[in-house]
Design a protein around this ligand. Sequence first.
Ligand code: C2E
Ligand code: MG
Ligand code: MG
Ligand code: MG
Length: 288
Amino acid sequence: SAKEHGKAGYCFYQPRMSEQARDRLLLSAELRESLQREELIVYYQPKVELESRRVVGLEALARWPHPERGLLLPKSFVALAEGSGLIGRLGEVVLRQVARQLAQWRTRGLPLVPVAINVSLQEIQDGQFVSGLLGTLREFGLHPSLIEFEITESAAMKNAEHTLRQLRQLEAIGFRMAIDDFGTGFSSLSHLRQLPTQTIKIDQSFVQGAGRNPADRDITEAIIALARKLRLTTVAEGIETEAQAKWLHEAGCDVGQGFLFVPPLPPEQVPALLLRAAIRVPNEAASG
Ligand code: C2E
Ligand code: MG
Ligand code: MG
Ligand code: MG
């Protein structure tokens, strides 16, 4: 937690401090510097319409090129950033990278698709979040409909009143919103009805568990049926096999993401994909 980090900061040289605590302290100091220099890299993973297999969006996934430890994945630094007061800055850096990238692709004449950015509750609850966001979009001349926010379900449920107000404001401005990792948080169907969200992302643990565990399959099918009743778009995460894609499509899931289609790509590999996506003939049956 933030408190522990604060305490650790005062006893940096105390030999009793655990190896692990020292490592986290060092890493958060390095992260702070990297964020100052905007050194994060954003990878992009396509979202694919299951009916037509067309690319309908991208998800921005942060990567931290660490000088000694190599390219670090979010599990090594997102929770760390949340616990050391750096998550707001991390979000800003990711948003700026995405905005700069979209503006550059547009300048090159590439067909654009919406980019989804993962945000944590802390970021959204910050009073400066919306104004900072709008400032960045204005700077790069981008419309809010090009940006989607993925909010984890557990995060979306906490501090409900204030969070709901912030989310409704984002919706009113024209941003898209998705509930991430659906099924793993504090599921509340009444909340789902209240949330200004158009999309739910089914957690990859259900997708991957379904082959072995009939309960995972039943839960997933129930989530998809519920989402359709509520007229929400469903996205399944972590699709690794053709069998999973087929089953999800048959169950009525709209969109998929996973290593079966395309893994997260470094930015320079995205233009070829956007071009390919655009030439693909849209499937009439897929709409509506
Ligand atoms: P998420 O939003 O649920 O993203 C999906 C994760 O699954 C990504 O991991 C992605 O690389 C991985 N993945 C995609 N397809 C497959 C597949 O077929 N099989 C498997 N096993 N995994 C797949 P990644 O990039 O390590 O990100 C992990 C989490 O970190 C994300 O989960 C998201 O919650 C968080 N995150 C990533 N970037 C950011 C960011 O900029 N800000 C914040 N606050 N959180 C971020
Ligand atoms: Mg996500
Ligand atoms: Mg997930
Ligand atoms: Mg997540």
